[in-house]
Design a protein around this ligand. Structure first.
Ligand SMILES: O=C(CO)[C@H](O)[C@H](O)COP(=O)(O)O
Length: 228
């Protein structure tokens, strides 16, 4: 089985801080995610900048599209996005639009299950439509209310639909292996990386946990081990 991919969510609003954080973290992750508030605030120029600077990372643009799927997503695929997200709560025509435009450019569409009531039914429907990735996602506001993505992951994984499953919602080094074992093929971490004292070490630690490899944890990890 292929190793899972690790994705870092860039959720700052600041353009330069986002580029600087991406520079620190990019060697330790497979996918750089431009988070929803970040892409709304900074626009397609940020995608163009990251695309040029990080040819070896995939880039996900978290548009969370709700309408006009093909029209809204197309410029982002054209500008180099590998994955664009569309909301699972959107009209099926909107979701089809993002899948169609992803296929037009040989890229991927991710359907985000945030706030979808019948997650099993919607997952089956969009998988049949050709969705490339299902996003199991407990949003930041839902996390603040104490929710986690683990039960939803088990549900989606148990459907055995053969599509990639991405999991986001407070994932950290101590839960990365758990989500992979439960069926995630893409492990997403935001706050666990950008909120860490050493984001590069945190990203390396999460990647090592998800992929089942060793990590020195960088200088911060080495110091932690030395004094523990
Ligand atoms: O898409 C998002 C919010 O809607 C976040 O980027 C995603 O939840 C990952 O961040 P964290 O690991 O902090 O939950």
């Amino acid at each position: 089985m292929a190793k899972p991919l690790v994705q870092m969510a860039l959720d700052s609003l600041d353009f330069d801080q986002t580029v600087a954080l991406a520079t620190t973290v990019a060697p330790h992750v497979d996918i750089l995610e431009i988070g929803t508030p970040c892409i709304k605030y900074n626009g397609i120029k940020l995608l163009e900048t990251l695309r040029a600077k990080f040819p070896n990372n995939k880039i996900l643009v978290d548009l969370k599209t709700m309408d006009a799927g093909f029209y809204e997503a197309e410029p982002f695929y054209k500008a180099g996005a590998d994955i664009v997200t569309v909301l699972g709560t959107a009209d099926i025509g909107t979701i089809k639009g993002v899948i169609d435009v992803a296929n037009k450019y040989g890229k991927k569409a991710q359907v985000d299950l945030i706030n979808v009531t019948d997650k099993a039914a919607r997952t089956k429907e969009v998988a049949k439509l050709g969705a490339h990735i299902i996003g199991v996602h407990t949003g930041l506001d839902q996390q603040a209310a104490g929710q986690t993505p683990f039960a939803d992951l088990n549900l989606v994984s148990s459907l055995n639909l053969g599509v990639d499953i991405s999991v986001a919602g407070g994932v950290k080094a101590t839960t990365a292996k758990q989500v992979v074992d439960a069926g995630a093929t893409i492990v997403v971490a935001g706050a666990a990386i950008y909120g860490a004292a050493d984001p590069a070490a945190a990203a390396a630690e999460i990647s090592a946990a998800a992929k089942g490899t060793q990590s020195s944890g960088g200088l911060f990890g080495w110091l932690k081990k030395l004094f523990s």
